[in-house]
Write a protein that binds this ligand. Structure first.
Ligand code: KG4
Ligand code: ZN
Length: 337
């Protein structure tokens, strides 16, 4: 089966072709709009919408060309239906429906979060159940993936998402957008010498909170008259250490819950979403999983940040069961898993 995946939920315009049997990504094309949004320090929905309109057809054609496929070779068209920005979702959904109509092949809407959660199964021979830490710019949650379509949320953020906390901290330090990669870069030169708040670290549940951490970064910045490069690096480094501590604490609890539910299963643990591309977090979670006797699966970096291959992949997983066309579907900006 050849699947065309389309992703337009935020500021990436992306298309991918997957060959299902060999689990092969034939193409994974992406245009990241960060240049268009960087002056605003965040994603501007109207700008994102216009960029998707401008680019989506070209990106799809490039994905086909790279995969050496024609429209007639496609068996299924999958597009992100939510959650995300309404304008972008409309573009992806509409073009997917149009292609579906013209080549008479089924269209299926895909939940973006499900795309992230199932993404490690493209590269790895990873079986269910597993515990997933989903850390993106819009969401942060700990989820048990019992099987395709059955997800149990153990906890989530009560305010900011982790990627958002990276972006906001970078904005406070005036080091650029998107914040995650910039913080990771500067942190390498710094030391974890600054104590920052660790919201909910002692609460005995899997919920997260990052707005207090952001406020404590703001206080430190305001208290310093001269914001030297050394100071900024130290803030970045301390921020990453603090985040890691919080993640480890919550994942430890998550693994305990997982173990109680599945005492005889391997403790498979995945980290997905844009923040999972952070090397410091990846390396330290490797150590964490060794100590906790669990197995870590993190997708390659291009599959952590938004991409269309993960959207096409959900169609591969789901299409086996449900071959129905979904023309009635309308984008769902707050679609839950
Ligand atoms: O999954 P994603 O690409 O899009 C959403 O679904 O939101 O995640 C984007 C988020 C942004 O907040 C970005 O700053 C963060 O992922 N991110 C990172 C890194 N690369 C991207 N955070 C920390 N370190 C990184 N290297
Ligand atoms: Zn995402």
């Amino acid at each position: 089966m050849i699947v065309l995946g389309i992703e337009t939920s935020c500021d990436e315009t992306a298309a991918s072709i997957i060959e299902s049997k060999k689990k092969k990504i034939l193409s994974n094309i992406l245009y990241s709009q960060f240049k268009e949004h960087k002056d605003y320090g965040g994603v501007v929905p109207e700008i994102a919408f216009r960029e998707h309109v401008k680019l989506i057809d070209k990106i799809i054609l490039r994905a086909l060309k790279k995969a050496k496929k024609k429209f007639k070779d496609i068996d299924v068209i999958a597009a992100t239906g939510g959650p995300g920005l309404h304008g972008g979702l409309l573009i992806g959904t509409t073009i997917a429906k149009s292609i579906s109509l013209s080549i008479d092949k089924p269209y299926i809407p895909i939940n973006h979060l499900e795309g992230h959660i199932l993404s490690p199964r493209i590269e790895y021979n990873l079986s269910f159940p597993y515990l997933a830490l989903l850390v993106t710019g819009g969401h942060t949650m700990l989820v048990i993936a019992h099987k395709v379509g059955k997800y149990e949320i153990l906890g989530m953020t009560l305010d900011d998402a982790l990627g958002e906390a990276f972006d906001k901290t970078a904005k406070l330090l005036d080091i650029g957008f998107p914040g995650g990669p910039q913080i990771e870069k500067l942190a390498k030169k710094g030391s974890p010498s600054i104590e920052l708040a660790q919201p909910l670290i002692r609460s005995n549940d899997c919920n997260f909170s990052f707005s207090g951490l952001k406020t404590s970064v703001l206080k430190i910045i305001n208290s310093k008259k001269k914001k030297t490069d050394k100071f900024k690096s130290d803030v970045c480094c301390s921020f990453q250490y603090t985040v890691l501590n919080i993640i480890k604490k919550k994942c430890e609890l998550g693994l305990q819950i997982f173990e109680k539910k599945y005492p005889n299963k391997k403790k498979n643990f995945v980290v997905v979403g844009g923040v999972a591309s952070n090397n410091f977090i990846r390396k330290n979670l490797e150590k964490f999983t060794i100590i906790n006797n669990s197995n870590l699966y993190v997708p390659e970096k291009s599959l952590c940040t938004d991409n269309a291959a993960m959207i096409a992949w959900v169609a591969v997983e789901k299409f086996k069961k449900n071959k129905k066309n979904n023309f009635d579907f309308q984008p769902l900006p707050n679609w839950h898993i």
